[in-house]
Design a protein around this ligand. Structure first.
Ligand SMILES: [Zn+2]
Length: 135
């Protein structure tokens, strides 16, 4: 399994005390998940949240702490196939996929490792040679 973990501080939603939370972004069966756990030392609140959305601020922290991963594809790959996969996996509009594809080809498309690995697997499943690696 491909995953990245993060520890961060947040306010307890019950008592307002500062608590330490942990979050995990993982690639599970072709989907990205974001699970968080909070346990408050002050009031004893313990919560686990599965399958939430990864907030942009915490995604930035993940990238800062683990480093970005880059998606590279075989330059000889079929553009039509690669664009179809990118469009499907990312849920992009047709108008937006071309610029993403050009970033990928130029080696400028980066994200968290689970995000890039999801794309690389989708591309490989469609017969396009693709690799996700740390920059
Ligand atoms: Zn609390």
């Amino acid at each position: 399994m491909v995953f990245e973990c993060l520890t961060y501080r947040a306010e307890c939603q019950d008592c307002g005390a500062e608590t330490t939370c942990s979050g995990v972004q993982a690639l599970v069966g072709g989907s990205l998940t974001w699970d968080t756990e909070i346990s408050c030392p002050s009031c004893g609140l313990a919560l686990a949240d599965r399958g939430g959305d990864l907030p942009a601020e915490l995604r930035d922290r993940l990238l800062a702490e683990h480093g970005a991963a880059r998606l590279t594809v075989d330059p000889a790959a079929s553009e039509a196939v690669a664009m179809r996969v990118l469009r499907t996996v990312l849920g992009l509009a047709l108008a937006d996929v071309t610029s993403v594809f050009h970033e990928v080809v130029a080696g400028r498309y980066v994200g968290t490792m689970p995000e890039m690995e999801r794309l690389a697997r989708g591309l490989r499943a469609a017969g396009v040679d693709a690799v996700a690696a740390r920059t």
